[in-house]
Design a protein around this ligand. Sequence first.
Ligand code: NAP
Length: 271
Amino acid sequence: MAFKTITQLFDLQNKTAIVSGGSMGIGRSIVDRLSEAGAAVVIADIDIERGEQTKKEFTEKGRKVEFIATDVSNLEDIDKAINRSIEKYGILDILVNNAGIFPFMPAMNMTEPVWKRVLDINLKGTFFFSQKAAQKMIEKGKNGKIINIASIDAFHPTGNLAHYDASKGGVVMMTRSLALEWGKYGILVNAIAPGGIQTPGATQSSAEMIKASGMKPEQVADMGKAFTARIPLGRQGEPDEIATVALFLASEAAKYITGETIIVDGGYLLS
Ligand code: NAP
């Protein structure tokens, strides 16, 4: 096997990636790092206005970034995103299943529509995006990388998130199952389990928690402080601290790792 320099290992030129939910938060940072490394990146996000705006901001910086309106819970949308990416760039090398929602809801108040929406986006969307991407990767006879964004909630419940925790636990196990089945095609499937990361979605979910639980804003703020106090590194993470791990998994530096979930939580789960 030819020895590669560090620059060569992290060079993603001539690679194409799709990042679901890539118009804000963690997904946006992943788009930033993969496109900085030279990849053509397709943002597959449900928010059309923000998706177009994000594409514009990156293309103005000279990056190869496209946007395709996609609801990952809709199989036709997934097909469209993959087919249009391949029409444009000829190949799909990297898929990052990042789109996910985390509406707080006590288990006692759970409704079928909320349960279904969370599982459809977080688990079903991740599965079928992976399946359809893998089919194209195999068709093109090329290796591929699939990176799933799970959560520390797959290992430790936060509270009022049973539906979310079930979906992310599923993502971690599904990552291992797909890695086992698709290793023979040269498709590597890994996951990242972020801890508390400062994103617009996380801010919004604190607001939702106030509504759903009937808690006072001060109580929710205290919960946030208690959460942060448990983190050995003493702070919550930034989206780029997940994106750099995604870059590693997408790169040639990670070519003998599959089925793994990398926990990126500042040590939270240790405490
Ligand atoms: P975010 O700030 O809410 O951004 C998520 C993006 O995905 C948004 O643009 C959102 O659009 C989009 N999206 C939502 N539903 C979609 C769908 N059906 N199809 C396509 N796109 C969709 O979220 P984030 O905090 O960056 O989280 C990203 C991922 O990391 C999620 O899977 C989440 O579970 C995971 N995670 C986050 C944290 C954290 O602390 N932030 C911790 C652990 C794991 P809308 O705004 O229109 O919904």
